[in-house]
Design a protein. Structure first.
Ligand SMILES: O=P(O)(O)OC[C@H]1O[C@@H](O)[C@@H](O)[C@@H](O)[C@@H]1O
Length: 349
């Protein structure tokens, strides 16, 4: 019998969260929303929530949590080159995120900070591909402080929860469906209500919360990753980001170059040490890799070594290395293929 792992369509995996959202995920998937506190769908996740390691992890159709399945056959899931470079970690976390309300201003640690203070080889650099905005003209995200903020001022803003000051200090950046946004580690950011994205990240749940007023968890207790504010605030990028620099973190579909295989490279090279993403359609052939597919539009077929699988918009599919070369077939198919960093990637902060 052929024991190789095959591509697996995944159901929604939406741990309860402290902020509202989830209806766009349900609409995208064509299912009913469980309740309005399910704003994130963790797809092909071997990562648990920081406050509850059992939440967030993907459970496969055979009942096994993804980390157990990968541990049992790391080469089959990840391939030999990935395994040599990244070990048995998938090195990738993908989420659908539907902001039903504005997210609190927060930031994520770099690898360097995570290694020094959190015992982790991964920080949480991330990127978004915007799927929808409630207003068809676009939605808003907040990226980076416009002026350099002295540490002491940041400390006061956070201690006093001076949300007005924090928000007015950040760049407000317009995003439209189809745009991709790279969020470098450290940059303070927030997504406004009505923005629905696919998110690629390093496989951790590390957030330093600058804002928590009006949200359920007491950020003063939980927002500093148990490091204390003196250390946690060291991971915040307090530098000035000019409006142009902040806007340059956004890439429109036209700015995504077409690769030799006919796919569009979604993210800039600066993202390569952390994850890769491409938009592909009918006729695209991919070389073997662990991957998470999000079918954005259309329907058709995903062919792989030894079989094929029907795919349609709203589906997410987990692809193991062992599926071999894969290809997409179907007119109007638009698929986001999320990949871990390449095995040849070297260190990045
Ligand atoms: O899109 P990012 O920046 O990861 O924001 C979403 C993240 O928000 C933070 O406030 C934390 O609650 C994380 O658990 C959550 O995943």
């Amino acid at each position: 019998m052929d024991r190789r792992v095959r591509p697996l369509p995944l159901p929604a995996n939406q741990p309860r969260h402290f902020y509202r959202g989830g209806s766009s995920i349900a609409r995208f998937r064509g299912v009913r929303p469980p309740d309005d506190r399910r704003p994130e769908d963790w797809v092909g996740s071997a990562t648990g929530r920081i406050d509850d390691a059992s939440a967030g992890v993907t459970v496969l159709p055979d009942g096994r949590p993804l980390p157990d399945a990968v541990a049992a056959d790391p080469a089959g899931w990840l391939g030999p080159a990935h395994l040599r470079r990244w070990g048995p970690s998938t090195a990738l976390l993908v989420k659908l995120l539907d902001a039903g309300q504005r997210l609190p201003v927060h930031c994520h640690p770099s690898r360097e900070f995570a290694r020094a203070h959190l015992g982790s080889a991964f920080g949480k650099t991330e990127a978004w591909l915007v799927l929808e905005t409630a207003d068809p003209d676009g939605g808003w995200v907040r990226l980076g402080f416009r002026d350099e903020i002295p540490e002491e001022r940041l400390r006061v803003w956070s201690a006093e929860q001076d949300v007005g000051a924090m928000l007015s200090a950040t760049n407000l950046v317009r995003v439209r469906p189809g745009d991709a946004v790279l969020i470098p580690a450290g940059i303070p950011h927030s997504i406004d209500a009505g923005v629905f994205v696919v998110e690629l990240q390093e496989p951790t749940d590390f957030s330093v919360m600058l804002e928590w007023k009006g949200f359920a968890p007491d950020g003063d207790e939980t927002g500093h990753l148990k490091l204390g504010w003196d250390v946690a605030l060291q991971c915040v990028d307090r530098r000035a980001w000019t409006p142009d620099e902040a806007a340059a973190l956004v890439r429109t579909r036209d700015q995504m170059p077409v690769t030799g295989e006919g796919a569009r490279r979604v993210l800039p090279e600066a993202a390569d040490p952390f994850f890769r993403a491409e938009l592909a359609g009918d006729g695209t052939v991919f070389s073997p890799s662990f991957a998470v597919l999000v079918v954005l539009r259309g329907e058709g077929e995903l062919r792989f070594d030894g079989g094929s699988q029907r795919v349609r918009s709203g589906q997410t599919v987990l692809v193991p290395y062992d599926a071999g070369p894969t290809s997409l077939h179907g007119r109007g198919l638009d698929v986001l293929r999320c990949l871990p960093p390449a095995p040849e990637e070297t260190e990045a902060g």
